[in-house]
Design a protein around this ligand. Structure first.
Ligand SMILES: [Zn+2]
Ligand SMILES: [Zn+2]
Length: 253
């Protein structure tokens, strides 16, 4: 299985205009972050977790020509806004794309993209097959997903453990019982927004403490605000085996 980081950024503090900060003006490609998403290429399925506003460009940039499924963590705009662009995959595959979402995310998708779900079948609209998920494990082909519930302030968000790989974004609080599901992962991805305290996201130190507790062989930090600092500088501050993820990073696991 190959994991590709399609994006490692966030809408929190994302410079939608060039604000002139050290990140906006950095010439290091690792400081150029699209909204957070990962591509999972397994033997029989190609899956993305979340389809934020940058989805279309992320698919182009990563050269993804076939997409079986999108699995959603939660309904915030930086995680769902690009769903309309699956229509290109519908066209080339001549088939719907499978959407895996819990009940609350399904309601948000219907609210945001009513034309997809209104039953008119208007030619050219995105075609999806919705698969409801909850905290029970589910399979997409041979790929087994174990949902992990984390809290994003008060909003429950799903992370996913897939064999020895766990992907968690937008966490601020993780219960002891959910931590048990994550322990034993060889590769952990966890969100680290910035150094300053935030109501709904792990800070850098909170993410490091969590990573040390889980003790994965490798931990990658994602969902990074430009306020965190430059990739090169922050990387030097991290303990062994904890790394800042960057757009385009690939991991074989
Ligand atoms: Zn969020
Ligand atoms: Zn987010």
């Amino acid at each position: 299985m190959t994991i590709t980081f399609l994006g490692t950024g966030t809408s929190q503090g994302v410079p939608v205009i060039a604000c002139g900060c050290a990140i906006c003006t950095s010439t290091d490609a690792n400081d150029k972050r699209l909204r957070s998403s990962v591509l999972i290429e397994a033997q029989d399925k190609t899956i993305v977790i979340d389809s934020g506003p940058d989805f279309r460009y992320q698919m182009l940039r990563a050269g993804v020509k076939h997409l079986d499924a999108i699995v959603y963590t939660h309904e915030h705009k930086d995680h769902i806004a690009g769903m309309d662009d699956i229509r290109a995959f519908n066209y080339f595959q001549n088939s719907p794309v499978n959407i895996y979402a819990d009940f609350r995310v399904q309601k948000a998708l219907i609210r945001e993209f009513p034309y997809v779900f209104d039953g008119t079948g208007y030619p050219g609209i995105p075609q999806v097959i919705v698969h409801p998920i909850n905290l029970s494990p589910f399979n997409i082909g041979s790929v087994k997903f174990i949902p992990v519930e984390v809290l994003h302030y008060r909003l429950p968000v799903l992370g996913f453990r897939i064999n020895d790989f766990t992907y968690i974004t937008d966490a601020k609080t993780i219960s002891e019982s959910e931590r048990q599901k994550i322990k034993g992962s060889k590769v952990l991805v966890i969100n680290a927004l910035q150094k300053q305290t935030h109501i709904s996201h792990f800070t850098l130190n909170e993410a490091i403490d969590f990573a040390l507790e889980i003790g994965a062989e490798q931990t990658y930090l994602t969902h990074i605000s430009h306020r965190l600092g430059k990739h090169e500088d922050v990387s030097k501050e991290l303990p062994p085996n904890i790394f800042l993820a960057y757009d385009g990073l690939k991991i074989d696991i």
